[in-house]
Design a protein around this ligand. Sequence first.
Ligand code: PHE
Ligand code: ZN
Ligand code: ZN
Ligand code: ZN
Length: 303
Amino acid sequence: CPFGIKSENAGRAGAIAAVVYNNGKGGLSGTLGQPSKDHVATFGISDTDAKPYIEKLQAGEVIESSAYIDAIVESIGTTNIVAQTKGGDPDNCVMLGGHSDSVTEGPGINDDGTGSLTLLEIATQLVKYSVNNCVRFAWWAGEEEGLLGSDYYVSQLSDEENMKIRLFMDYDMLASPNYAYQVYNASNAVNPVGSQELRDLYTEYYTVHGQNYTYIAFDGRSDYDGFIRNGIPGGGIATGAEGIKTRKEAEMFGGTEGEWFDHCYHQLCDTVDNLNMEAWELNAKLVAHSVATYAVSFKGFPE
Ligand code: PHE
Ligand code: ZN
Ligand code: ZN
Ligand code: ZN
């Protein structure tokens, strides 16, 4: 196998999913460790019911188990999967990631089975080729609970390891049923650590393939957030979540004006029937193109 595979526990200090849930017995339960105040997620309890607990956690209070009447707080560990080519310059890596978790409300096939499977297929195909730069794949844990896995990963990099990642490419939601080809507006004018080179690679690809595209905000709504906050250039593509397709976008991409890009976003119906296969195929090829490009060279990139 040409990949070194390593997995790591994302569930340590600063990246702990604090899960507040009803114990179903209407009685008292204990705490299983003090959750992180930065990352609080709720499960099996309404936001309203969870609110008092969350506020305490966020205020940094250490909550005794006896403080709980109908809920317990529990810390759970989650695991990132990271795989890197054995070949290629290990000091100059292109990294890409999708997230392997879904929301508790649904199976997460578009969000983000599409990104996860695209990466898996490309990793599988990449073994047939040699690379100049190392390629590092990540399947992030806990994205839906606040970008836990990717945040933790970046927070644990030494300065030296940080410098080896020349670029991070985010692949989340690649086949929304009412899709638009969305490119993060990672222009250097908008965000100093956005990669305009990567942005232009995506837009050129869509243009060459006779497709339109739109720019979307590079505002930290997916796993690239930890990277750009730590000075690692990033970018990515998506096909739309809960946003509403405009008339102009319906003209550009087809589909239905006035409806969500993904009407099953974060819902039970995000199944294998919730995919636009045409969008997925083109995007999967674009992801492969991005890997192929930067596995060969970072020519034109800032040092
Ligand atoms: N990252 C968000 C989620 O997983 C969805 C999203 C993807 C939003 C891409 C904007 C762009 O729920
Ligand atoms: Zn959610
Ligand atoms: Zn999601
Ligand atoms: Zn997602």
